[in-house]
Write a protein that binds this ligand. Sequence first.
Ligand code: FDA
Ligand code: NAD
Length: 436
Amino acid sequence: MAEKSFKYVIIGGGVSAGYAAREFCKQGVKVSYSKLVFLLFLQVAPYERPALSKAYLFPEGTARLPGFHVCVGSGGERLLPEWYKEKGIELILSTEIVKADLAGKTLVSAAGEIFKYHILIIATGSTVIKLTDFGVQGADAKNILYLREIDDADKLVEAIKEKKNGKAVIVGGGYIGLELSAALRINNIDVTMVYPEPWCMPRLFTAGIAAFYEGYYANKGVKIVKGTVAVGFNADSNGEVKEVKLKDGRVLEADIVVVGVGGRPLTTLFKGQVEEEKGGIKTDAFFKTSISDVYAVGDVATFPLKLYNDIRRVEHVDHARKSAEQAVKAIKSNEEGKTIDVYDYLPFFYSRSFDLSWQFYGDNVGDAVLFGDNDPASPKPKFGSYWIKDGKVVGVFLEGGTPDENKAIAKVARVQPPVENLDVLTKEGLSFACKI
Ligand code: FDA
Ligand code: NAD
């Protein structure tokens, strides 16, 4: 079987892989003697995944490739497939790696090709958790859809067209649940969300924050069923989903079901070969794993979060981009006998749906105080929350912020100013952040 050797191999063709490629070029990798390669499942060059749950599904102002190839998401140049060619980077598309031998520095594809490398960056990201994984009855019916890759988004677009003005049930109240409910509603689909928790996005939102979004979604016509889960599905004679059976006994009609019940980092290929922690591949502050010459970035990396003296895994795009850049800088500096600063990440998450847009920086631990206008019926709602731990602000959330206000909350989360009186902080609201 064909064998190819490369100096650097990135396994994965998602966000962090694309940003790593750009960083290799920025660092002046001499491609003539040190070829870089990507290995992908996909048909296409790396793109900004966040577009898939937003503008890709909109009826107007629709996003399509090549419009959102990396690195446009962070305001950079768009890396079109030609870019990789020009830079001497080989994109090996539609190739799944099925075996990784880290000791032997060898990868094997599903077609049996062998890839040798000197340095490996693992950027395999996450896969969706499926209801079929738990054996939920009828969960393999047609039109029960998930969203991770562009093919999944295409299936959703098709279903929206085919089931015009139909009914959708969204299973899950996290990121996918909230962004997809909005996208389907904008397409005039009748939407019901179902999730087990007492409020949406419990990983981040407090009850107060969630109450705003639940109210806003309700005003847009989205129905919300909380405190229960989907336990089965009924299909018609074509095998297409028709009903969602809930644990509490209710049955919901559905032409489309979208499931967003979380992601799972793709580490299986490396099991037993590399140290893992918190579900991911353990790295140092340069994204180096326990195996020499092997780095892990993006969703799969469990890394030291210096700011909180903790070890975390982060499933968001900003970290995917920055961890990739840090790993490549570390690789280059190592080769040149130099050192670089440790990764000092400030967690940053965001989302957009309907006319809403929020940003969060820092850590959502400690006491939370809500401030601002969080009336879902307000023409221009602007509100937020501070999280206070050990007398310091450690996290800030803001809905409807201007670019300057968002910069201000990022600064607060980084600086961690002291707070003596939570009532005063509530009253000061956003002006507290703007004066830091
Ligand atoms: P990513 O998933 O981007 O890429 C992994 C790649 O590896 C894929 O191309 C996969 O096919 C490939 N791969 C895996 N195993 C392989 C194998 N064995 N062989 C070959 N290739 C393999 N975040 C945020 O902060 N704001 C947002 O708005 C959004 N929006 C959003 C929408 C949707 C629909 C999703 C699914 C996710 C988001 N995210 C987000 C999360 C963000 O996109 C995510 O954290 C990053 O894409 C992670 O980047 P990675 O490079 O780690 O994985
Ligand atoms: P998530 O972890 O955000 O939410 C999962 C949700 O699933 C939980 O909040 C819960 O409500 C629900 N849930 C769990 N088990 C359930 C069950 N049996 N029945 C019904 N509901 C159940 O995960 P997600 O929304 O699926 O997102 C997947 C990945 O994509 C994550 O890594 C996420 O960070 C990423 N993503 C991020 C963004 C963003 O940052 N704006 C947008 C889209 C996706």
